[in-house]
Design a binder for this molecule. Structure first.
Ligand code: AQP
Length: 350
């Protein structure tokens, strides 16, 4: 660490490190699983250093009942582990246990510009016509998200398509901080938006993404749904009257059909073209039962394991505490350098 005057460290090369998070603002959905969790596991298994977080501080940007938030945080952690995250190989924790996120978030509030934030489509979607009445935290959300990533000098962030704009803002914040202070301190992160299901859509409306906060439970498959609920939701999923097309291009302008084929492809590990080739000309009456079979086969072992883990919340809390300690050990020295760069006296810490 520097002497606290001018000896700023300016890392030139950053080692590959992945950070990503999920809000415990409700139970996790098939969208969170395919767009995020499944890919988090792949990255861990590729041997890259992986840091995964239940972002509870983000969750409270919209009102959360405290007991439900606590439950959703533990359930989210159980979902990570049930899906294949090994808390020994990856770091798994909840955001509020590592204060460095919020501390760097404040500094980034002072780097990010109002104009940048006002252009965030997720804020506009969530605030709707109510923008005068939503929390200031909801508006500042992307600055805290940038801090979540950059406080670890993470270089890659696996996310679904909906987070692309926030990651561009993370890059802008890193570049502006580096320019303002004349350093090359923060890496310019790479979004990893890959796979057949980077945007899983609502089962009731193919133009809206599947979301855990959608008022309609029929719009989503929850990771806690049992086989009967999955079957019922897929059977009732909105489709069009046409059979499945001969080629993937034939799904254009058919959002609901495209969504179900994408889900099938992502769950089976096939490409969309392979799924379409296999089911060309099939009616949804025969395709949907196949999708139900596949979804139940892939999701029910996860649900069973989540239920097993949730029977011992104390063990989940211990895993989160261990992850938070390891995360803090990485984040604190980086944050201390930020304080030094920005001119804060930190004599109490040295
Ligand atoms: N429908 C989706 N398809 C693909 N990926 C998705 N993700 C979320 N929904 C889909 C990805 O999951 C990760 C965590 O997202 P989040 O929970 O932090 O926030 P979100 O994107 O706002 O998700 P929700 O479910 O819509 O939450 P609420 O309803 O609380 O706002 C991200 O990588 C996201 O891309």
């Amino acid at each position: 660490m520097s002497s606290g005057t001018s000896a700023v460290q300016t890392p030139k090369a950053f080692k590959p490190r992945i950070f990503s998070g999920i809000q415990p603002s409700g139970g996790l959905t098939l969208g969170n699983y395919l767009g995020a969790l499944k890919r988090f596991v792949e990255k861990q298994d590729e041997g890259i250093e992986t840091i995964y977080c239940l972002v509870d501080m983000h969750a409270i940007t919209t009102w959360q009942d405290p007991a439900k938030l606590r439950h959703a945080t533990r359930e989210g952690a159980a979902a990570f582990i049930a899906a294949g995250i090994d808390p020994k190989r990856s770091i798994l924790f909840n955001q509020s246990q590592v204060g460095a996120h919020a501390e760097l978030g404040w500094i980034f509030n002072c780097v990010a510009r109002m104009g940048w934030m006002s252009r965030m489509t997720q804020f506009k979607d969530k605030a709707g016509k109510n923008s005068e009445n939503v929390s200031l935290g909801l508006f500042a959300y992307p600055a805290l998200m940038a801090a979540d990533i950059l406080v670890y000098h993470a270089t890659m962030v696996p996310v679904g398509e909906d987070q692309k704009q926030h990651l561009e803002l993370t890059r802008d914040i890193a570049i502006k901080f580096n320019n303002d202070y004349g350093v090359s301190f923060f890496p310019v992160v790479e979004p990893l938006i890959e796979g057949a299901a980077t945007r899983v859509m609502s089962l009731r409306d193919g133009s809206k993404k599947m979301s855990k906060s959608d008022p309609s439970d029929q719009s989503r498959i929850n990771l806690t749904d049992d086989a009967d609920a999955i079957a019922q939701k897929i059977r009732k999923a909105k489709t069009d009257p046409e059979p499945l097309p001969e080629t993937a291009e034939g799904l254009k302008d058919r959002p609901e059909a495209k969504n179900l084929v994408n889900i099938y492809a992502a769950l089976s590990g096939q490409s969309v073209a392979e799924v379409v080739a296999e089911y060309a000309g099939a009616q949804f009456g025969s395709f949907k039962p196949k999708l139900v079979e596949l979804a139940v086969a892939k999701l029910s072992p996860i649900t069973t394991e989540m239920n097993r883990l949730m029977a011992d919340p104390g063990e989940i809390d211990r895993i989160l505490a261990d992850g938070a300690e390891r995360a803090d050990a990485l984040a604190r020295p980086i944050l201390e350098q930020v304080y030094d760069i920005t001119g804060m006296i930190r004599s109490r810490w040295r």
